[in-house]
Design a protein around this ligand. Structure first.
Ligand code: NAD
Length: 284
């Protein structure tokens, strides 16, 4: 089954969107689920949230940030190229709730993962207040799509180049302090942002769901790479998550585990970049 890239778009520096032919996945996909792909036969397994899908066209949409060798390799593929394999959909769909007021807090490339849940929750009849943010205006993705499925939207950038200057969590804190009531908060973005979201909501007793981006290998609950501690119990993000009650997640452990192979990742990245440079010199 060739997973051909039909469309590719650069959304922001180092953030790309691809639409890929994957009819079987498109038929089964539900908001909150993800896929695990390998760019080539020897490739690392990359977990990516399903951003969108079209059953009729047999396509899925993925958004990724180029941070390491594997995502850089994925970013080098062009329209017409094939991804070696895609496993999915994996993970549990997000909880279906209706007629609630839900605050979606999403940051950076995590907005891509928050979008399908926002859309689904809006379509289920919930009132959606979105707070989306990025480091700067040029890194803010899916603004129009998020607006479409939000009843209210707040935008922040760390440097103030768009919307309000500051972090998404500052807006959330202000809203809660002003007495704004939410039935739940859904927070998706970098782990530190999700941790701070939970620190903000806890004193107000607001249920807070987070979508974890643990390191992942098998995606079937067997290898244990994606283990997290939730409420003092070991859980596997791939089969028990990716969404969890944020107030029970041990974020310090999650962040420590995500840093575990930083040195090896850096060495691999430098080697990869050097190889590309050598190849481009040889061909040019
Ligand atoms: P980033 O560092 O640019 O941060 C994005 C936004 O998060 C910021 O603009 C800010 O509003 C908020 N934020 C950042 N640090 C904060 C802090 N200390 N306190 C409060 N809010 C803070 O994010 P990025 O580089 O676009 O994202 C990369 C990270 O997102 C990676 O770790 C990646 O694994 C993760 N990610 C997570 C998911 C998920 O499903 N949870 C999906 C995609 C990416």
């Amino acid at each position: 089954m060739p997973f051909r890239i039909l469309k590719k778009k650069i959304l922001a520096p180092n953030i790309k969107k691809i639409i890929v032919k994957a009819p079987l996945i498109a038929r089964k996909a539900k908001a909150g689920q993800f896929v695990i792909l390998r760019v080539d036969e020897h490739g690392e397994r990359i977990p990516l949230t399903l951003v969108d899908w079209n059953e009729k066209e047999g396509t899925i949409t993925l958004i990724f940030q180029e941070v390491g060798v594997s995502t850089l390799k994925l970013g080098l593929l062009e329209e017409g190229d094939e991804i070696h394999d895609i496993l999915g959909p994996v993970g549990n769909p997000g909880e279906y709730v209706r007629d609630q007021t839900i605050c979606v807090v999403a940051g950076g490339v995590g907005i891509g993962a928050a979008y399908p849940r926002t859309k689904q929750l809006k379509e289920l009849g919930n009132y959606i207040v979105s707070i989306i943010g990025a480091r700067s205006a040029e890194l803010l993705i899916l603004e129009e799509e998020m607006k479409k499925y939000s009843d209210e939207i707040y935008i922040t950038t760390d440097d103030g180049s768009k919307g309000r200057k500051g972090f998404v969590t500052e807006v959330l804190k202000e809203l809660l302090e002003k007495g704004r009531k939410f039935d739940q908060v859904l927070s998706i973005g970098p782990p530190i942002m999700m941790k701070v979201t939970c620190d903000v909501t806890k004193p107000f007793g607001v249920k807070t769901i987070v979508s974890l981006n643990s390191m992942m290998v098998c995606g079937m609950g067997m290898c244990g790479a994606c283990r997290v501690t939730v409420g003092g119990e070991t859980k596997f993000t791939c089969v028990h998550g990716p969404e969890f009650d944020g107030h029970l997640v041990d974020f310090n452990e999650l962040m420590m585990r995500l840093r575990m192979y930083k040195e090896e990742e850096q060495i691999a990245l430098e080697k990869f970049k050097k190889n590309i440079l050598v190849k481009s010199h040889a061909s040019g």
